[in-house]
Design a protein around this ligand. Structure first.
Ligand code: KG4
Ligand code: ZN
Length: 335
């Protein structure tokens, strides 16, 4: 008997086909990510049909590559963890069906994983989680504050009422004529400019940990259109810096307020927007000031990847959670 758990993770919820092998939920043996971003770039966003087709073409090779890199065979694998949702239904189905096929053929347990649980557990790979904790999830599709007092117990205490942060970044970037995905470009420009424009901050009702970014997005777009009509010179770096300042101000203030109110020991940042330099800096500073441990995964674990799915899947596996052959892609799955 060995006392180690080796989980194969599969992630295909959006535009990354990824397969990973993770030992004991924290040690990455392999994490192969095939990004389709180049195929979607010219459309200015992810095209679901193209995403599904890429996943189908890639998945078998990526499974083989991940196993080879990890130097494992199916005999070494204890279970197959796969993202069941949320995400694009056609994309999710490719991963779910691949996982079901492997689980059935190799007679291995199957574990359906929520995509956001994966983003949260990317942090567990970096640092053992301490409870109670709070995670700020910021991605192209999500903006959520999630409280946990133990493993795999997720309480969403705040979420966006309209656009996700990444979505707001991408839409503002598109108006500025920047390539997709625009988040990294705005982040870069923000560091070259000055936050000279006072864009709105949506604090919402007293006590609410929800977010709203559509007002800010519209305000930036209006400002740009007005400046254009008046032939006014508005440096793009200053727009980027001012927009980013407004986003970070709201994210960090609300997160720290929730962290203090809930008395958390550990704060985690998750999702693609966690790559944002300004956000990383400000959140780290705020946590240091309040004496709260903070973990921010490296970029490769912030964006969609299967190691995070295997990490979350390991906890579920150890808790005895199993999926059966009715496992299906759930595009709107709740945490
Ligand atoms: O988590 P992710 O890879 O995919 C989703 O599940 O959505 O996040 C992608 C999002 C995109 O909207 C992208 O513009 C944004 O993350 N992003 C950033 C930065 N890097 C990526 N946003 C702001 N600043 C960045 N440095
Ligand atoms: Zn994601």
């Amino acid at each position: 008997m060995n006392n180690q758990t080796i989980i194969l993770g599969i992630e295909t919820s959006c535009d990354e086909t990824s397969v990973a092998v993770v030992k004991n939920g924290r040690e990455i043996l392999s994490n192969v990510v095939s990004s389709q971003i180049e195929s979607h770039k010219r459309f200015g966003g992810v095209v679901p049909e193209i995403a599904s087709r890429h996943h189908v073409e890639q998945i078998t090779f990526i499974v083989e590559e991940a196993m080879k890199k990890a130097e494992v065979t199916f005999d070494d694998i204890d279970g197959i963890a796969v993202t069941e949702g949320p995400g694009l239904v056609g994309a999710l189905l490719v991963g779910v069906n691949a996982a079901k096929a492997i689980a059935f053929a190799q007679n291995k347990p199957l574990i359906g994983v929520h995509h956001i649980a994966g983003h949260i557990y990317a942090n567990h790979i970096v640092k053992e989680l301490e409870f109670p904790l709070l995670t700020l999830v910021v991605s192209g599709g999500h903006t959520e504050l999630i409280y946990m007092d133990e493993h795999a117990s997720f309480h969403v205490i705040g979420e966006t009422r309209d656009d996700a942060v990444g979505e707001a970044y991408d839409k503002v970037a598109r108006t500025l004529g920047l390539p997709y995905p625009g988040g990294p470009h705005i982040d870069r420009l923000a560091h070259e400019g000055e936050a000279s424009i006072d864009f709105p901050r949506a604090w919402l009702e007293e006590g609410s940990y929800d977010f709203s970014f559509s007002g800010l997005k519209s305000s930036v777009i209006n400002k740009l259109h007005n400046a254009k009509q008046r032939n006014e010179d508005l440096p793009v770096e200053n727009i980027a810096a001012s927009f980013q300042e407004s986003v970070i101000d709201v994210l960090v203030t609300k997160t720290m307020k929730a962290a203090e109110e809930k008395g958390v020991k550990h704060l985690l940042l998750a999702g693609g927007v966690a790559a944002n330099k300004g956000l990383r800096e400000r959140l780290t500073e705020a946590c240091e000031e309040k004496g709260i441990h903070v973990t921010i995964p490296p970029l490769s674990l912030c964006t969609d990847n299967a190691a995070m799915i295997a990490a979350a899947g390991t906890i579920l596996y150890e808790q005895g959670v199993r999926s059966d052959d009715r496992l299906n892609g759930q595009p709107g799955k709740q945490l």
